[in-house]
Design a protein around this ligand. Structure first.
Ligand code: UD1
Length: 422
């Protein structure tokens, strides 16, 4: 098991290239199930979540390989085992997004029910309801979802809103299933996240007929078959946001290459409120801070609102603000495992239900801390960059799920992070 030893405080300066989006890559990898043949995906990041998803596709019968140039090849000519095993699904909940495409391709799918995780219960009722609307028969057996549509799926109007708004992977599942359903499907209250738009654009390149891309109403005219695709995934807006906070929390300046500010308006708005400059530049932006960190209130919401996947990182930043901030989590109300860890580093955070009151402190102090989930661990690394002394982040495998060798990308711009195996 690896740990990070982080020496702080540091001031970051230089350029960082943002990788392809993990959360766009996963459903797009699943989309290749819909067609028989070899697809080529470009800019898919080298992350443990991507490897796990590749293993999942391998078990179905696909062949997943990486070329020397880093392109991901998925040959989905044969799918002879439409089953997502517990051993893989328990490692990564996003595995659930094979359900819709398997059902459309094979008329049957068995996928282990994903359990909860550090950020909450994470139900999948909306995924199942949406697929049932398209005509799938669904039952649960020994912890597995068994979905059947031996005579194919039929297009319908499907409402995907739930108590916390839209669902990202639920929309992906129903959208993929609908591409080959008979007739027209309207997905209302669809997730508008850029990753869903990227999936829809990829599906259209495969021959699907989807309109309304990027809106809350997706209209899908079913087609008989899709073809293999060559497709480049969008840059990772969450990784970009994490590096933006890295520049801000260290009073540094970073140029981010391959970053789409258009996907990040809510994040940029909050950063500017906090006293951080964000200027568009060729193919990306320059982010920096000269003055103090100003307090700000943040409410996480589905896109285009402020993303829950950056809540923890912004909490680390605001813990050093002048004055009090309020952070309200409206997507995953229990996603606050980082609060106690940041308090160990001398932050002053008080959790009240799904709200955290952040009383700004003058400095953070290095301490041993425990990573609990992907984005919470990113917040601890960011706090470690700004804190006085040594921060040791345990359970670094959480961060490796979503950030490719983050220490090798932060060290060249001024961080002092060493990875040690214990
Ligand atoms: C995706 C992202 C994750 C991000 C999240 C919200 C991937 C691989 N993961 O997760 O990084 O934090 O979107 O932006 O893309 N819900 C239900 N019933 C359902 C499904 C969801 O009530 O059937 C609730 C969830 O508990 C949560 C909210 O809806 O409160 C949003 O969850 P959802 O958008 O589904 O998250 P994921 O797609 O799993």
């Amino acid at each position: 098991m690896d740990i990070f030893r982080i020496e702080g405080p540091v001031r970051l300066s230089g350029s960082v290239k943002i990788n392809g989006s993990k959360n766009a890559s996963l459903p797009i990898m699943a989309a290749t199930i819909l067609t028989a043949g070899k697809s080529v995906l470009k800019a898919v990041p080298h992350l443990s979540d991507i490897s796990v998803f590749g293993q999942l596709l391998d078990r179905l019968g696909c062949q997943v390989t990486r070329s020397h140039s880093g392109d991901l090849y998925i040959d989905s000519t044969t799918i002879d085992n439409p089953r997502g095993e517990y051993e893989i699904v328990r490692k990564m909940r996003a595995s659930i997004c094979i359900l819709g495409p398997l059902l459309a391709r094979c008329g049957r799918a068995e996928v282990s029910m994903p359990g909860g995780c550090a950020i909450g219960d994470r139900p999948i009722d909306l995924h199942l309801r949406g697929l049932q609307e398209l005509g799938a028969k669904i039952r649960l057996k020994s912890g597995y979802i068994i979905a059947e549509a031996p005579h194919g799926l039929t297009g319908k109007d499907v409402f995907m809103g739930g108590p916390f708004g839209s669902t990202v992977l639920g929309t992906a599942n129903v959208l993929m299933a609908a591409t080959m359903a008979k007739g027209r499907t309207v997905i209302e209250s669809a997730a508008c996240e850029p990753e869903i738009a990227d999936l829809a654009n990829c599906l259209n390149k495969m021959g699907a007929k989807i309109t309304g891309i990027g809106s809350a109403r997706l209209i899908v005219e079913g087609v008989r078959q899709l073809r293999p695709v060559e497709y480049q995934v969008i840059p990772d807006r969450i990784e970009a946001g994490t590096f933006m906070v890295a520049a801000a929390i260290t009073a540094g300046e970073l140029k981010l290459l391959n970053c789409r500010l258009d996907d990040m308006m809510a994040v940029v708005d909050r950063l500017r409120n906090i006293g951080v400059t964000v200027d568009a530049a060729n193919d990306g932006c320059v982010v920096g801070r000269n003055g103090p960190i100003k307090s700000a209130d943040i409410t996480t919401e589905p896109y285009p609102g402020f993303p829950t996947d950056l809540q923890a990182q912004f909490m680390a930043l605001l813990s050093l603000a002048q004055g009090d901030s309020v952070i309200i989590e409206k997507v995953f109300p229990d996603r606050f495992m980082h609060v106690a860890e940041l308090n160990r580093m001398a932050a002053d955070l008080r959790k009240e239900g799904a709200t955290v009151i952040v009383a700004g402190v003058k400095k953070l102090v290095g301490a041993p801390v425990m990573a609990s989930d992907l984005r919470a661990s990113a917040a601890l690394v960011l706090a470690g960059l700004a804190a006085d002394g040594t921060t040791v982040v345990n359970r670094v495998y959480h961060i490796d799920r979503g950030y490719e060798r983050i220490e090798e990308r932060l060290n060249p711009v001024g961080a002092k992070i060493s990875r040690e195996s214990i």
